[in-house]
Design a protein around this ligand. Structure first.
Ligand code: ATP
Length: 302
């Protein structure tokens, strides 16, 4: 069964077409929805929740038509919105219990379930404090907890790593992967960074200006984008020349070099060459490709 399926889905606002004839499907598991700012990710989520009517085409979520079964879909799906939407003067516990009751749970069950999900997302004693005083990371966890509290089959997470520092991102991504694997809840997670989703997704959908650019299993993506980013303090040009002489495929990218990875020996070669040339290696990083890189590869027909 598809967790979602769209057919020619189109959404026009007065001055912009946010979704343009989008036809795509996703199966169970963790699916990444990637696109630059304004690509149409949030619009797609709102349509799939039955909150925004499409201009044309159709969409189904868990096999339910968004045009007629919105309330049922919202009963089965959890939603973590992108923007800061939490009331500042209530505690995380009060908010999540309230939302659990709004979803139909009796008061005692709502309290138990809220305590479980708040613990699960890593909010301990602070859950009794007013949300207004929370860090961005804690607020993101509260938004995730409320998306999970009614025991959904599927969750939509809109930019869950927004505003987080690298450690916070890492923790949030690990949590999302666990939700997908340990709890068997399917996940649709958006980001403008493909690299960050590579680690946790089974499938990735890339959209650009409301159009489908690509939809494939993550293995195909990582294969297509398997390169390492190298940054040296000075001397990128001689480093690129020497690596090329050694048979590596090197593409300059501003002051960075992208080196195609053929195996573990690629990393050894970069390290050894930097040492030979007496260069200061600042960064050797794999798998953090910006979405623009994928767009460029698509255009080049990779
Ligand atoms: N209610 C609206 N009225 C008019 N235009 C809108 C509305 N909602 C979205 N848009 C426009 O539709 C396009 C897609 O927006 P959307 O929020 O879906 O993108 P996104 O991929 O989620 O990007 P971001 O991460 O920046 O939110 C943008 O050009 C946006 O300005």
């Amino acid at each position: 069964m598809h967790i979602l399926a769209t057919e020619g889905l189109t959404k026009r606002f007065p001055t912009v077409t946010a979704l343009d004839q989008l036809t795509v499907t996703a199966g169970p598991g963790v699916t990444g929805l990637v696109g630059a700012n304004g690509a149409g990710k949030s619009t797609l989520i709102k349509i799939m929740l039955g909150l925004l009517p499409p201009t044309g085409g159709s969409a189904r979520v868990l096999d339910l038509d968004v045009a007629t079964r919105g309330a049922e879909i919202r009963g089965l799906v959890g939603y973590m919105p992108e923007h800061d939407c939490l009331p500042p003067d209530v505690s995380a516990t009060e908010l999540v219990v309230h939302l659990a009751q709004m979803s139909g749970l009796p008061r005692t069950a709502a309290r138990e379930r809220a305590a479980d999900v708040l613990r699960h997302v890593g909010l301990a004693e602070e859950r009794y404090r007013a949300v207004g005083g929370y860090s961005t990371g804690m607020k993101q966890r509260v938004k995730l907890a409320q998306a999970l509290v009614h025991d959904p089959k599927l969750i939509f997470l809109d930019e869950p790593t927004n505003g987080l520092d690298p450690r916070g991102r890492d923790e949030m991504l690990t949590l999302i992967r666990r939700i997908g694997t340990e709890f068997g809840i399917s996940v649709l997670v958006t980001s403008h960074l493909l690299g960050e989703l590579e680690r946790i997704c089974d499938h990735v959908i890339v959209i650009d200006a409301g159009r489908l650019l690509r939809s494939s299993a993550i293995a195909e993506f990582t294969h297509a984008t398997r390169s390492v980013t190298v940054e040296v303090e000075e001397g990128a040009t001689p480093l690129a020349a020497r690596l090329t002489e050694l048979g590596h495929t090197v593409t300059p990218h501003g002051r960075l070099l992208l080196v195609e990875v053929t195996g573990p020996e690629t990393f050894d070669a970069i390290r050894d060459t930097a040492v030979d040339l007496d260069l200061c290696l600042i960064r050797l990083e794999q798998g953090r490709h910006r979405i623009e890189d994928v767009f460029r590869e698509e255009v080049a027909g990779v």
